[in-house]
Design a protein around this ligand. Structure first.
Ligand SMILES: Cc1cc2nc3c(=O)[nH]c(=O)nc-3n(C[C@H](O)[C@H](O)[C@H](O)COP(=O)(O)O)c2cc1C
Length: 214
């Protein structure tokens, strides 16, 4: 069945995209408003987009009333943010921070989350998150009225000690992070890595060997 986006309203376009592009990692983003108010909110329109330089992207939609979300406004004004990844034990707190609180409400305090200042950005880093990336904004592209694509460069990464196997070689026990990801619809999540299978990458030289007889 074809879903022609020219004939769909915004809500239905969202449903097609968010129900099929799954699972999506969750960026739990902290930022600060110009008046100093700290902010935290989850964003699953998120991924890593490069490693040289290391960049991540966030898709920040408009609020239902058509205004810019606090995270977008804070990043445009302040130029920095921290992306945290979410473990299952933190999922309820993450969910609480998506509450539609008015500007001026500190969702970090609301959710009772412990923080420490980021080493590069000085922004509140959620100490219980298993992974945190301190970022500076490299581009904030308006993709619609009050809708924004933010591209951030990662300045430093914090990874919980028990998931680090060999710091020098950057080998990690990813499964120990216990990450969750966003699924279709509101309120559905996936436990990352609980049903994996392996597929080795093909190498062209392996295909040539039988033909050359070597
Ligand atoms: C798991 C999860 C993922 C979300 N992903 C997004 C997203 O990718 N983009 C978006 O605009 N809103 C997303 N939201 C909704 C925002 O978190 C919500 O609008 C929040 O109130 C925004 O807060 P802010 O105004 O403090 O930035 C998500 C909510 C949840 C619970």
């Amino acid at each position: 069945m074809e879903f022609d986006f020219a004939t769909l309203d915004t809500a239905h376009r969202y449903k097609v995209l968010a129900s099929t592009v799954v699972p999506r990692p969750i960026a739990w983003v902290t930022s600060r408003a110009p008046d100093g108010t700290a902010n935290a909110a989850p964003y699953s329109f998120f991924n890593v987009m490069g490693s040289n330089p290391p960049v991540v992207a966030l898709g920040i939609l408009a609020r239902p009333d058509g205004t810019l979300k606090d995270t977008a406004a804070n990043i445009v004004a302040g130029g920095a943010f921290i992306v945290h990844l979410v473990s299952e034990d933190l999922a309820p707190a993450m969910n609480l921070t998506c509450i539609d609180a008015p500007p001026g409400v500190d969702e970090i305090a609301l959710a009772g989350l412990a923080t420490t200042p980021g080493t590069k950005t000085g922004l509140p880093r959620l100490v219980d998150a298993p992974v945190a990336f301190e970022c500076v904004s490299r581009a904030a592209i308006a993709t619609g009225p009050s809708q924004m694509l933010v591209v951030g460069e990662v300045l430093t990464a914090h990874v919980r000690d028990d998931a680090v196997l060999d710091a020098g070689r950057c080998h990690f026990a990813t499964e120990r992070l216990g990450l969750v990801a966003r699924m279709h619809g509101a309120g559905w999540y996936d436990r990352v890595g609980t049903d994996m299978f392996r597929l080795d990458r093909p190498v062209w030289a392996d295909r040539l060997l039988p033909e050359t007889g070597s």
